[in-house]
Design a protein around this ligand. Structure first.
Ligand code: PGA
Length: 254
Protein backbone atom coordinates (compact mmCIF):
# COMPACT_ATOMS: atom_id res chain seq x y z
CA UNK A 1 0.00 0.00 0.00
CA UNK A 2 1.16 3.53 -0.74
CA UNK A 3 1.72 6.15 1.90
CA UNK A 4 -1.39 7.17 3.82
CA UNK A 5 -3.20 10.39 3.04
CA UNK A 6 -5.31 12.42 5.47
CA UNK A 7 -7.48 15.12 3.91
CA UNK A 8 -9.28 17.88 5.80
CA UNK A 9 -12.50 19.09 4.22
CA UNK A 10 -13.20 22.33 6.02
CA UNK A 11 -16.40 22.87 3.99
CA UNK A 12 -17.68 26.45 4.41
CA UNK A 13 -15.69 27.00 7.64
CA UNK A 14 -14.40 28.88 9.56
CA UNK A 15 -16.16 32.21 9.30
CA UNK A 16 -13.12 34.50 9.39
CA UNK A 17 -9.63 34.32 7.91
CA UNK A 18 -8.21 34.94 11.37
CA UNK A 19 -9.73 31.69 12.62
CA UNK A 20 -8.64 29.86 9.47
CA UNK A 21 -5.07 31.05 9.92
CA UNK A 22 -5.03 30.00 13.56
CA UNK A 23 -6.45 26.56 12.81
CA UNK A 24 -4.01 25.98 9.94
CA UNK A 25 -0.97 27.25 11.85
CA UNK A 26 -1.79 25.09 14.88
CA UNK A 27 -2.25 22.02 12.70
CA UNK A 28 1.03 22.79 10.90
CA UNK A 29 2.85 23.07 14.24
CA UNK A 30 1.45 19.76 15.49
CA UNK A 31 2.40 17.84 12.34
CA UNK A 32 5.90 19.23 11.97
CA UNK A 33 7.44 15.83 12.81
CA UNK A 34 5.23 13.86 10.43
CA UNK A 35 7.28 12.27 7.67
CA UNK A 36 5.38 9.49 5.98
CA UNK A 37 1.78 10.69 5.85
CA UNK A 38 0.50 13.05 3.20
CA UNK A 39 -1.60 15.85 4.70
CA UNK A 40 -4.03 17.93 2.65
CA UNK A 41 -6.23 20.80 3.80
CA UNK A 42 -9.15 21.92 1.63
CA UNK A 43 -10.32 25.33 2.87
CA UNK A 44 -12.80 27.70 1.22
CA UNK A 45 -11.33 29.26 -1.97
CA UNK A 46 -10.73 32.70 -0.47
CA UNK A 47 -8.36 31.36 2.21
CA UNK A 48 -6.13 29.43 -0.19
CA UNK A 49 -3.76 32.23 -1.09
CA UNK A 50 -2.75 33.17 2.41
CA UNK A 51 -2.67 29.64 3.79
CA UNK A 52 -0.31 28.63 1.01
CA UNK A 53 2.46 30.58 2.70
CA UNK A 54 2.03 28.94 6.10
CA UNK A 55 3.25 25.37 5.60
CA UNK A 56 5.20 23.36 3.10
CA UNK A 57 4.26 20.10 4.74
CA UNK A 58 0.53 20.51 4.20
CA UNK A 59 -0.72 20.42 0.60
CA UNK A 60 -3.71 22.51 -0.34
CA UNK A 61 -6.86 21.35 -2.02
CA UNK A 62 -9.95 23.14 -3.30
CA UNK A 63 -13.50 21.94 -2.65
CA UNK A 64 -14.65 22.24 -6.27
CA UNK A 65 -13.42 23.43 -9.67
CA UNK A 66 -15.28 24.30 -12.86
CA UNK A 67 -14.70 22.48 -16.16
CA UNK A 68 -13.98 25.39 -18.50
CA UNK A 69 -10.55 26.97 -18.25
CA UNK A 70 -11.55 30.63 -18.53
CA UNK A 71 -14.48 32.74 -19.71
CA UNK A 72 -18.00 33.87 -18.98
CA UNK A 73 -18.97 31.59 -16.07
CA UNK A 74 -20.06 33.85 -13.27
CA UNK A 75 -19.21 32.57 -9.83
CA UNK A 76 -16.98 29.72 -10.97
CA UNK A 77 -13.27 29.03 -10.44
CA UNK A 78 -11.45 26.84 -12.96
CA UNK A 79 -9.17 23.89 -12.33
CA UNK A 80 -6.45 25.58 -14.34
CA UNK A 81 -6.67 28.74 -12.22
CA UNK A 82 -6.26 26.62 -9.10
CA UNK A 83 -3.34 24.72 -10.54
CA UNK A 84 -1.60 27.92 -11.64
CA UNK A 85 -2.03 29.14 -8.11
CA UNK A 86 -0.22 26.21 -6.47
CA UNK A 87 -3.21 24.11 -5.40
CA UNK A 88 -2.52 20.37 -5.67
CA UNK A 89 -5.83 18.61 -5.00
CA UNK A 90 -9.51 19.23 -5.66
CA UNK A 91 -12.55 17.55 -4.10
CA UNK A 92 -15.13 16.74 -6.77
CA UNK A 93 -18.60 15.28 -6.48
CA UNK A 94 -19.00 15.82 -2.75
CA UNK A 95 -22.46 14.75 -1.58
CA UNK A 96 -23.19 18.30 -0.43
CA UNK A 97 -22.61 19.52 -3.99
CA UNK A 98 -24.63 16.65 -5.45
CA UNK A 99 -27.45 17.68 -3.11
CA UNK A 100 -27.31 21.12 -4.74
CA UNK A 101 -27.91 19.52 -8.12
CA UNK A 102 -24.51 18.37 -9.39
CA UNK A 103 -24.81 15.28 -11.59
CA UNK A 104 -22.39 12.52 -12.57
CA UNK A 105 -22.15 14.19 -15.98
CA UNK A 106 -21.05 17.48 -14.38
CA UNK A 107 -18.58 15.62 -12.20
CA UNK A 108 -17.19 13.78 -15.22
CA UNK A 109 -16.51 17.09 -16.99
CA UNK A 110 -14.91 18.51 -13.88
CA UNK A 111 -12.72 15.43 -13.39
CA UNK A 112 -11.46 15.61 -16.96
CA UNK A 113 -10.62 19.28 -16.73
CA UNK A 114 -8.97 18.86 -13.31
CA UNK A 115 -6.75 16.06 -14.61
CA UNK A 116 -5.81 17.96 -17.74
CA UNK A 117 -5.00 21.04 -15.65
CA UNK A 118 -2.65 18.93 -13.53
CA UNK A 119 -4.73 18.81 -10.34
CA UNK A 120 -5.19 15.57 -8.40
CA UNK A 121 -8.94 15.00 -7.98
CA UNK A 122 -10.54 13.48 -4.90
CA UNK A 123 -13.73 11.92 -6.29
CA UNK A 124 -16.46 11.43 -3.68
CA UNK A 125 -18.96 8.63 -4.20
CA UNK A 126 -21.37 6.98 -1.81
CA UNK A 127 -24.97 5.91 -1.40
CA UNK A 128 -27.54 8.04 0.41
CA UNK A 129 -28.87 5.05 2.28
CA UNK A 130 -28.63 1.29 2.45
CA UNK A 131 -31.39 -1.08 1.41
CA UNK A 132 -31.96 -4.75 2.16
CA UNK A 133 -31.59 -5.76 -1.47
CA UNK A 134 -28.11 -4.26 -1.67
CA UNK A 135 -29.12 -1.98 -4.53
CA UNK A 136 -26.69 0.54 -3.10
CA UNK A 137 -23.82 -1.38 -4.68
CA UNK A 138 -25.29 -0.68 -8.12
CA UNK A 139 -25.85 2.94 -7.18
CA UNK A 140 -22.19 3.40 -6.22
CA UNK A 141 -21.08 1.53 -9.32
CA UNK A 142 -23.01 3.89 -11.61
CA UNK A 143 -21.75 6.94 -9.76
CA UNK A 144 -18.20 5.71 -10.24
CA UNK A 145 -18.45 4.57 -13.85
CA UNK A 146 -20.38 7.65 -15.02
CA UNK A 147 -17.94 9.95 -13.24
CA UNK A 148 -14.82 8.40 -14.77
CA UNK A 149 -16.29 7.69 -18.20
CA UNK A 150 -13.91 8.58 -21.05
CA UNK A 151 -10.90 9.23 -18.82
CA UNK A 152 -7.87 7.44 -20.31
CA UNK A 153 -6.98 4.31 -18.35
CA UNK A 154 -3.41 5.39 -17.80
CA UNK A 155 -4.61 8.54 -15.99
CA UNK A 156 -7.13 6.97 -13.63
CA UNK A 157 -4.52 6.45 -10.93
CA UNK A 158 -4.36 10.24 -10.48
CA UNK A 159 -7.81 10.12 -8.89
CA UNK A 160 -8.24 9.44 -5.20
CA UNK A 161 -11.63 7.79 -4.75
CA UNK A 162 -13.30 8.76 -1.48
CA UNK A 163 -16.03 6.37 -0.41
CA UNK A 164 -18.37 8.50 1.67
CA UNK A 165 -21.67 6.83 2.59
CA UNK A 166 -23.94 9.86 2.93
CA UNK A 167 -25.87 8.23 5.81
CA UNK A 168 -22.66 8.31 7.89
CA UNK A 169 -21.65 11.93 7.25
CA UNK A 170 -21.75 14.00 10.43
CA UNK A 171 -24.32 16.51 9.19
CA UNK A 172 -26.80 13.97 7.80
CA UNK A 173 -30.13 13.97 9.64
CA UNK A 174 -30.51 10.72 11.63
CA UNK A 175 -27.00 9.69 10.69
CA UNK A 176 -25.66 6.25 11.64
CA UNK A 177 -22.11 5.08 12.21
CA UNK A 178 -20.50 3.19 9.37
CA UNK A 179 -18.08 0.45 10.40
CA UNK A 180 -14.69 -0.50 8.95
CA UNK A 181 -16.46 -3.63 7.63
CA UNK A 182 -18.91 -1.44 5.66
CA UNK A 183 -15.96 0.41 4.22
CA UNK A 184 -13.96 -2.73 3.51
CA UNK A 185 -16.83 -4.38 1.60
CA UNK A 186 -17.35 -1.33 -0.56
CA UNK A 187 -13.66 -0.80 -1.25
CA UNK A 188 -13.33 -4.40 -2.42
CA UNK A 189 -16.26 -3.76 -4.75
CA UNK A 190 -14.78 -0.48 -6.03
CA UNK A 191 -11.34 -2.03 -6.60
CA UNK A 192 -12.96 -4.84 -8.58
CA UNK A 193 -14.82 -2.37 -10.83
CA UNK A 194 -11.64 -0.41 -11.47
CA UNK A 195 -9.45 -3.44 -12.05
CA UNK A 196 -12.02 -4.92 -14.47
CA UNK A 197 -11.86 -1.65 -16.36
CA UNK A 198 -8.09 -1.29 -16.28
CA UNK A 199 -6.93 -4.86 -16.76
CA UNK A 200 -3.74 -6.20 -15.25
CA UNK A 201 -0.59 -4.22 -14.65
CA UNK A 202 -2.10 -0.72 -14.53
CA UNK A 203 -1.56 1.65 -11.64
CA UNK A 204 -4.71 1.77 -9.49
CA UNK A 205 -6.36 4.84 -7.97
CA UNK A 206 -6.08 5.20 -4.24
CA UNK A 207 -9.26 4.62 -2.18
CA UNK A 208 -10.01 6.46 1.05
CA UNK A 209 -12.95 6.62 3.46
CA UNK A 210 -14.95 9.56 4.79
CA UNK A 211 -18.00 9.92 7.05
CA UNK A 212 -17.72 11.21 10.64
CA UNK A 213 -14.15 9.97 11.05
CA UNK A 214 -12.69 11.03 14.39
CA UNK A 215 -9.62 10.33 16.46
CA UNK A 216 -11.32 7.35 18.13
CA UNK A 217 -12.13 5.35 15.00
CA UNK A 218 -9.51 6.54 12.47
CA UNK A 219 -7.14 3.70 13.38
CA UNK A 220 -9.86 1.09 12.88
CA UNK A 221 -10.76 2.43 9.45
CA UNK A 222 -7.12 2.57 8.35
CA UNK A 223 -6.39 -0.91 9.66
CA UNK A 224 -9.57 -2.78 8.74
CA UNK A 225 -11.49 -0.52 6.34
CA UNK A 226 -9.49 -1.41 3.23
CA UNK A 227 -8.45 2.21 2.66
CA UNK A 228 -5.24 4.16 2.23
CA UNK A 229 -6.46 7.36 3.80
CA UNK A 230 -9.31 9.37 5.26
CA UNK A 231 -11.38 12.39 4.30
CA UNK A 232 -12.23 14.25 7.48
CA UNK A 233 -14.95 16.90 7.75
CA UNK A 234 -16.11 18.04 11.17
CA UNK A 235 -13.12 16.67 13.11
CA UNK A 236 -10.75 18.59 10.81
CA UNK A 237 -11.91 21.84 12.43
CA UNK A 238 -10.54 20.66 15.77
CA UNK A 239 -6.74 20.85 15.94
CA UNK A 240 -6.36 18.01 18.45
CA UNK A 241 -8.79 15.64 16.75
CA UNK A 242 -7.36 16.24 13.29
CA UNK A 243 -3.71 16.02 14.25
CA UNK A 244 -4.39 12.89 16.33
CA UNK A 245 -5.82 11.33 13.16
CA UNK A 246 -2.68 12.33 11.22
CA UNK A 247 -0.49 10.79 13.94
CA UNK A 248 -2.53 7.58 13.92
CA UNK A 249 -2.01 7.36 10.14
CA UNK A 250 1.70 7.99 10.62
CA UNK A 251 1.92 5.05 13.02
CA UNK A 252 0.01 2.87 10.56
CA UNK A 253 2.68 3.69 7.98
CA UNK A 254 5.40 2.16 10.19
P1 PGA B 1 -17.73 14.52 8.26
O1 PGA B 1 -17.60 15.02 6.76
O2 PGA B 1 -16.37 13.97 8.66
O3 PGA B 1 -18.10 15.76 9.03
O4 PGA B 1 -18.78 13.47 8.28
C1 PGA B 1 -16.96 14.26 5.79
C2 PGA B 1 -17.28 14.87 4.45
O5 PGA B 1 -18.44 15.28 4.25
O6 PGA B 1 -16.40 14.95 3.57
Amino acid sequence: MSKKIIIANWKMNPLTFKEAEKLFANVAKEVSEIKKTEIVVCPPFIYLEKLKKLSRKISLGAQDAFWNEVGAFTGEVSALMLENFGVKYVILGHSERRALGETNIDINRKLKSAISAGLLPILCIGENDRDENHEYFNFVKSQLLESISGIPKNLLYKITIAYEPVWAISTTFNRRDATPTDSKEMTIFIRKIISDKLGAGMKMPRIIYGGSVNNRDAGEFLEHGGVEGLLVGKASLDVKKFTDIVKIAENEND
